[in-house]
Write a protein that binds this ligand. Structure first.
Ligand code: GRF
Length: 185
């Protein structure tokens, strides 16, 4: 069966370590484009180093123009990896079923900001989810999920150590998601 490679847009705002997982696997895609909400995002440097095009969003974001650029590039999916801007529901609707988000918690627990810190404060289980992005924050159907720490299993570790481990689980989960997108279809 022929492998159909997809064209993906990776939305970022900063460091881009999860973007790096896509870049390290870029041969699995027909095309990747990086969309950054900040001109200062380190992820833009990663894109450039890997010969991947990027789009830097203005302020305010022109969502209609962005949609048009993504259409022109025939983008199949959007993956938000640390994208810190609120996406309007009209844009989400256009991409329904084809827009995903990475979130550092075992959804539906700890939706929203400071998810790791909030779980840490109450010694709850901590993990990572990849879910469909819908208008309500961190509420779309979960497609992949992995636990980094069971409940009360990280006493003695600092929040930095825990966060570092969670991030490495994120990278593994992103890799797994990429594999799931690049199977024969
Ligand atoms: C990740 O922890 C992701 O879950 C969250 O933002 C962070 C982005 O990290 N939404 P990076 O920029 O990919 O290193």
């Amino acid at each position: 069966m022929a492998k159909l490679k997809k064209r993906g847009a990776i939305f970022i705002s900063g460091w881009g370590s999860n973007l790096q997982v896509f870049l390290d696997n870029k041969e699995k895609f027909e095309q990747l484009v990086v969309v950054s909400s900040s001109v200062e995002a380190y992820g833009l440097k990663r894109a450039e180093e890997n010969g991947v095009d990027s789009i830097i969003l203005g302020q305010p974001i022109d969502w209609k123009a962005l949609n048009q650029s993504l259409d022109e590039k025939q983008i199949d999916f959007i993956f938000c990896a640390g994208f810190m801007k609120i996406i309007p529901s009209s844009f989400i609707k256009t991409w329904e079923g084809r827009i995903f988000n990475l979130h550092p918690s075992l959804l539906p627990k700890f939706k929203g900001l400071r998810a790791i810190e909030r779980a840490f404060e109450v010694s709850d289980a901590i993990g990572v989810s990849i879910h469909h992005l819908v208008a309500e924050v961190d509420s779309g159907e979960v497609v992949l999920q992995e636990t980094a720490f069971e409940k009360e299993s990280y006493s003695g570790l600092s929040i930095e150590e825990v966060s570092q481990q969670v991030q490495s689980v994120e990278h593994q989960l992103v890799k797994q998601w990429i594999e799931s997108q690049t199977l024969s279809q």
